[in-house]
Design a protein around this ligand. Structure first.
Ligand code: URA
Length: 306
């Protein structure tokens, strides 16, 4: 191996992890993580590079399933939630007609939660999201001040959030904190959560079915916090809570009414760009600054200066 450790060479010499010392094995793991390979899908590694170098007919088939005795118990079989193709405006995902059994049981579990601790417990007890939960380290429920009048709802936890168990603690969360600090808001003055409570494997976007299944918990979360203002951080939150599929570029910076059965009044909701998008497209920070000034003005109008 060269002095650069196991990463200096081409794939032809990717080392056998068993032959590495701890430091080198950790470097190899962090390389895999950086590539997005952060979940084991089989017990034994499969060297796809040497397979693809072999002549066609001589390649192994897909990974054989593990014998039943080695498998974790299968999660209870669940009907795939029926997802409305187009969601009527103003109803929110999962609140339209044709509710699946999974969405119904999520709604019953969420509705019975009388406070935040009960809602967290109901989420932990809900068995409709086994595939998502089995790969995550922590439930990422919320952070900030539950008494705050401003509530932010993002998309889904990433690796840092999954490790720590709090939303928006990674780089994009730090950018969001800095942007909100610029209008005088910190986590003692807002409450923050996500539309998806577990990290989707490999940082993929949550599927629509996953969002539908969690939507009743998100709605109940909003009812329990009962904020004066909602900020919808990114497209997933805006789509889930406003029941529209319009692009975030069209939605951001406009005030919408968020309604739910358990709320006596509509809550003004402001979609903004997701900070992860702003990290990729820093030129768009100008738009978000304009949106945050609207939030600041609305807070001032409600006699709640930021
Ligand atoms: N992005 C989100 O939408 N939520 C988080 O908690 C972290 C990153």
């Amino acid at each position: 191996m060269s002095s650069d450790g196991p990463f200096s060479d081409t794939h032809a010499s990717i080392p056998d992890a068993a032959s590495l010392d701890d430091a080198a094995a950790l470097r190899l793991l962090s390389l895999y993580t950086a590539f997005g390979a952060d979940a084991a899908i089989a017990d034994e590694p499969q060297d796809r590079f040497s397979e693809s170098a072999r002549p066609e007919g001589n390649r192994p088939g897909p990974i054989a399933p593990r014998p039943a005795t080695m498998r974790e118990p299968a999660p209870p079989r669940q009907a795939e939630p029926r997802v409305p193709r187009s969601i009527p405006a103003g109803t929110g995902i999962g609140r339209g007609g044709g509710e699946s059994q999974l969405a119904q049981s999520a709604r019953e579990a969420a509705r019975s939660a009388a406070d935040l601790d009960a809602l967290r417990a109901a989420l932990l007890a809900f068995d409709g999201l086994a595939a998502l939960r089995q790969r995550a380290t922590n439930l990422v429920f919320a952070d900030g001040n539950p008494e705050a009048r401003v509530m932010l709802v993002g998309e889904a936890p990433g690796a840092d959030e999954d490790r720590i168990g709090k939303p928006f603690v990674g780089v994009s969360g730090q950018l969001l904190d800095r942007m909100l600090a610029a209008i005088g808001l910190d986590r003692s003055r807002f409450y923050i959560t996500n539309t998806c409570f577990w990290r989707p494997p490999g940082n993929r976007k949550p599927t629509e079915a996953e969002l539908v299944a969690q939507a009743p918990f998100v709605s109940r979360h909003i009812e329990l916090i009962n904020p004066a203002i909602l900020v919808l951080v990114g497209a997933s939150a805006a789509h889930t809570l406003l029941g529209t599929q319009d692009g975030i570029t069209r939605l951001r910076g406009r005030w919408f009414d968020y309604r739910s059965d358990g709320l006596a009044r509509a809550i003004p909701a402001l979609p903004i760009f997701h900070p992860a998008f702003l990290l990729r497209q820093p030129a768009q920070k100008r738009e978000t600054w304009a949106d945050l000034l609207k939030l600041k003005a609305r807070l001032a109008a409600l006699a709640m200066p930021a």
